[in-house]
Design a protein around this ligand. Structure first.
Ligand code: NAD
Ligand code: MG
Length: 391
């Protein structure tokens, strides 16, 4: 395998730091070409010193001087600002862009990387939720491969390898169920941010951890799967599998099913996205059957976790509906993390935003941008109007 030059866009987060572990474990296969962070200058500087990339970008311009001065003795270019985040992925020497920014903020840089024919390792699922039709069409036009990093989608992708000619009957996305599996709505009325941030199996960024607790994460993943694997909503099922060992399952038209399994460790799907179609030896821990004598499966509770039902509704509606639920959810999760709303109100904000926001059946890029911005305002107004005095 030729050495891969990688841009890590979102290098200071959970996925970004694990990607750096993957790269450090295989220096003969991977080289860090570019690092991009939002505002954590100290960690970006430390990572840049350790990996000696060609360039780094800090989105927060107020941190530019700090990063510039620290990296002065090194031969590393330093840029700042949102425009630079978008433009840096064009760099000639980059082979793979790991899209690991969280939320809608990841869309512009991923689109630009596709335009410049970079292979995409996609962690940022919101990119496909917001504008899956545009992203997949652009990738097609540019002959760009998008390799999933999300563990469930990596599992489906691994099951499909060697099966490209065969028909998929359906897929099963597995969900851990999050920290509140088995709880009722009345149990959830007063759960705290700290409880919601305690995921049983995965250690992740705050936003996706809350999405896992509300099951919105699985809803976003259903939409992500539609675009990655060209499926109809009826072909995508969710099953709760609390041990997170079977990462997802494909059922083919002959009734045969393939599952991909392994320890819940994001380094594995990150690794596969970097090395596909090859597999190379890793030093990471191996699965032991006798630590997991039982693997269990349950139906998701759509009445308690309404966000999953809302995501299916948005997927079936199409157009900008997924963009609307994504924007409303980002605002609501942020408000919950800031103690402005309660846990169950996250779903209520999303539901009201979906009902009220302007629907567009076939949006173009500008309309997606406007729809995201308008829905954010709408969600803020809903929070202000209904919830600000309820805590
Ligand atoms: P995180 O919050 O830990 O990290 C986010 C990263 O994005 C940080 O490096 C931050 O600096 C950067 N960032 C945020 N906004 C930015 C901006 N405007 N400009 C530039 N950089 C910006 O998040 P995470 O848990 O690593 O998740 C990243 C993405 O991967 C999300 O879309 C998430 O859904 C997806 N994902 C994560 C996991 C996981 O295990 N963490 C698993 C599957 C999918
Ligand atoms: Mg996932």
């Amino acid at each position: 395998m030729k050495i891969k030059h990688i841009a890590i866009v979102g290098c200071t987060g959970s996925i970004g730091t694990q990607a750096l572990d993957v790269i450090a474990a295989n220096p003969e296969h991977f080289k860090v070409e570019v690092l991009v962070a939002n505002s954590n200058a100290a960690l970006l500087i430390q990572q840049a010193m350790a990996t000696q990339p060609n360039a780094v970008v800090i989105a927060d311009e107020s941190k530019y001087q700090e990063v510039k001065e620290a990296l002065q003795p090194h031969d590393i270019k330093v840029y700042a600002g949102a425009r630079s985040v978008e433009q840096i992925v064009e760099m000639e020497s980059i082979d793979i862009v790991l899209a690991a920014i969280v939320g809608y903020a990841g869309l512009a840089s991923t689109l630009n990387a596709i335009r410049h024919k970079k292979t995409i390792a996609l962690a940022n699922k919101e990119t496909l939720v917001v504008a899956g039709d545009l992203v997949t069409r652009l990738a097609m036009e540019n002959g760009v491969n998008i390799y999933p990093v999300d563990s469930e989608h990596s599992a489906i992708f691994q099951c499909l390898t060697g099966e490209w000619e065969n028909s998929i009957e359906k897929i099963y996305l597995t969900a851990s169920g999050g920290p509140f599996r088995g709880k009722t709505r009345s149990d959830l009325a007063s759960v705290t941010r700290e409880q919601a941030l305690k995921h049983p199996n995965w250690s992740m960024g705050a936003k996706i951890t809350i999405d896992s607790a509300t099951l919105m994460n699985k809803g976003l993943e259903v939409i992500e799967a539609k675009w990655l694997f060209n499926l109809q909503p009826e072909q995508i099922d969710v099953i709760v599998h609390p041990q997170s060992i079977l990462h997802s399952i494909v059922q083919f038209n002959d009734g045969s099913m393939k599952a991909q399994m392994g320890l819940p460790d994001m380094k594995l799907p990150i690794h596969y996205a970097f090395t596909y179609p090859y597999r190379i030896t890793t030093p990471f821990p191996r699965f032991d059957f006798f630590n997991y004598p039982q693997l269990t499966f349950e139906k998701p509770d759509l009445e308690t976790f309404t966000n999953l039902a809302l995501a299916y509704e948005a997927l079936k509606k199409g157009g900008n509906a997924p963009c609307i639920i994504n924007a409303a959810n980002e605002v609501a999760v942020d408000a919950f993390l800031k103690d402005k709303i309660r846990f169950l109100q996250i779903g209520e904000v999303v539901e009201q935003a979906l009902a009220k926001a302007h629907f567009i059946a076939i949006p173009d890029y500008e309309q997606y941008i406007a729809s995201d911005a308008d829905t954010r305002q709408l969600a803020q107004a809903i929070i202000q109007q209904h919830y600000s005095s309820h805590l």
